[in-house]
Design a protein around this ligand. Structure first.
Ligand SMILES: *Cc1c(COP(=O)(O)O)cnc(C)c1O
Length: 349
């Protein structure tokens, strides 16, 4: 093996989806597979979920939606969160993110999802636009409104008052619009309680093993393993420095394993001097700066370590959330940064 190996367990993704389905019943559960299913591979992940019964998928860009449609056939709903011009993608469902979107798509007709902004100030009709639509809902009559949706800003902080405020705003607006199915919770929203149930939840991260309940045990099953090859192991005397900036100095005679992954592969440079890899069942601390294509680990205490070994960087013992905490980011960014140079292996569901 000359490059890293990213193993994605599609069975684990399906089991995570089923867990959320059981939690959210009788409401349905979609799969958010934007950004190539958070870096894991949208086509194999979505195919496994479709085979398990998932009928609703969300992507961010129309191009992602078209590629997914080619892979999944005609059956499932594929919605595009960023929206698109009327008529531009007949096989996809636009999310209408403004009053102007709603009016433009109404002229063309067809299926759509209406997005109300209740606290993100990002996409979706703001309060003024929502009132205008309530006052004149005629455009909606010309659309097949599959869902009215909103997106929670603080679902990963259960005690945040914005959660209940957004749910209340959403319910109040929906009650004054023509009746349509509703879509509310993301992954963390599924764990906020019955007030956050809807006709369609939209989880992403939890499907991929990220903890939707930060600070509590992870209710989801791990999905990915990342192993990268050791290219070389060398002995250095005490006092020798390692890597750019000479940021680490060997405190004793040491053995350094240089591995074939770096920040160009999404092993964030902020991980310099932090964390570890697992080799022969033992932890090898990451030492020195993360380079573009290489990372160095201290294997002094792992006598069997040698070139050709695979060192595990992500797995059940060190998940994306833990690595993210070391890098000062979130698991989502660790997953979506995973590079294109890894060989991807999919374990069938
Ligand atoms: C990304 C996204 C989701 C999924 O969020 P997770 O936190 O990954 O579950 C749901 N809805 C919208 C609008 C999104 O942008």
């Amino acid at each position: 093996m000359e490059q890293g190996l990213l193993t994605v367990d599609c069975g684990a993704v399906v089991r995570n989806w089923r867990r959320l389905v059981a939690r959210h019943a009788p409401g349905a559960v979609a799969a958010v597979v934007k950004a190539d299913a958070y870096g894991l591979g949208a086509v194999p992940v979505a195919r496994a979920l479709q085979a398990a019964g998932c009928a609703h998928f969300f992507v961010a860009h129309p191009s992602e939606g078209e590629a997914l449609r080619d892979a999944l056939g005609d059956a499932p709903m594929i919605a595009v969160l960023d929206g698109f011009a009327p008529g531009a993608h007949p096989r996809l469902v636009p999310v209408l993110n403004s009053l102007e979107d709603a009016r433009a798509h109404a002229a063309a007709g067809g299926r759509a999802i209406l997005h109300l902004d209740t606290g993100m100030s990002r996409l979706g009709l703001d309060a003024t636009e929502a009132e205008a639509l309530i006052a004149n809902p005629a455009p909606l009559a010309r659309l097949e409104l599959l869902f009215v949706m909103t997106h929670l800003a603080c679902a990963d902080e259960p005690a945040h008052p914005l959660n209940a405020a957004q749910a209340a705003r959403f319910a109040a607006l929906c009650a004054r619009l023509p009746a349509a199915p509703r879509s509310l919770a993301n992954s963390s929203g599924l764990f906020l309680g019955p007030g956050f149930a809807s006709d369609l939840a939209r989880p992403g991260c939890a499907l991929y093993g990220i903890n939707p309940t930060p600070g509590h045990p992870n209710p989801m099953e791990p999905v990915i393993t990342l192993e990268v090859p050791v290219l070389q192991v060398r002995e250095i005397p005490a006092g020798t420095t390692v890597g750019y900036g000479a940021s680490w100095t060997a405190p004793r005679a040491s053995r350094i394993a240089t591995c074939a992954e770096g920040y160009a592969d999404g092993w964030l440079r902020a991980l310099s001097g932090r964390g570890f890899g697992v080799l022969h069942g033992a932890r090898a601390p990451l030492v020195g700066r993360v380079s573009m294509d290489l990372t160095t680990f201290d294997v002094t205490d792992i006598p069997g370590a040698r070139a050709g070994d695979m060192i595990t960087l992500l797995g059940p013992g060190q998940d994306a959330d833990a690595v993210a905490a070391l890098a000062g980011t979130i698991g989502y960014e660790v997953l979506t940064s995973l590079g294109r140079r890894f060989t991807r292996r999919y374990v069938a569901a």
